[in-house]
Design a protein around this ligand. Structure first.
Ligand SMILES: [Zn+2]
Length: 104
């Protein structure tokens, strides 16, 4: 069986489509081997709908986004009540000053 081209699949699949299809995003950091599963509807609470290839993740333990691999997992009935997912607790808004040089 040929290897599925995940990059191509992720480009043509959006967060809302994945959510509608009962899919999770499986995000693995290949540097520290940490894997988390996210529900697309949680991500849609703080960013607009976009293709899965454009959603950027950062590894929490090693703070890097350079070694992140994203895959899609189809939910099965037996996953409910057993599969561990990252649940969105709240969205924190950070105020950040933006500076530029200008004349008086
Ligand atoms: Zn990591």
């Amino acid at each position: 069986m040929p290897e599925m081209n995940y990059d191509k699949k992720l480009r043509g699949w959006t967060l809302s489509q994945a959510d509608y299809a009962d899919q999770l995003l499986v995000v693995t950091c290949q540097l520290c081997r940490t894997t988390h599963r996210y529900r697309p509807r949680d991500i849609l609470k703080f960013r607009r709908d976009t293709s899965l290839a454009r959603v950027r993740f950062r590894c929490e333990p090693c703070r890097s986004g350079d070694y992140i691999n994203v895959k899609v997992q189809q939910l099965e009935g037996s996953d409910y009540g057993t599969l561990v997912v990252r649940k969105l607790v709240r969205v924190k808004t950070v105020q950040m000053p933006i500076w530029e040089d200008g004349t008086l």
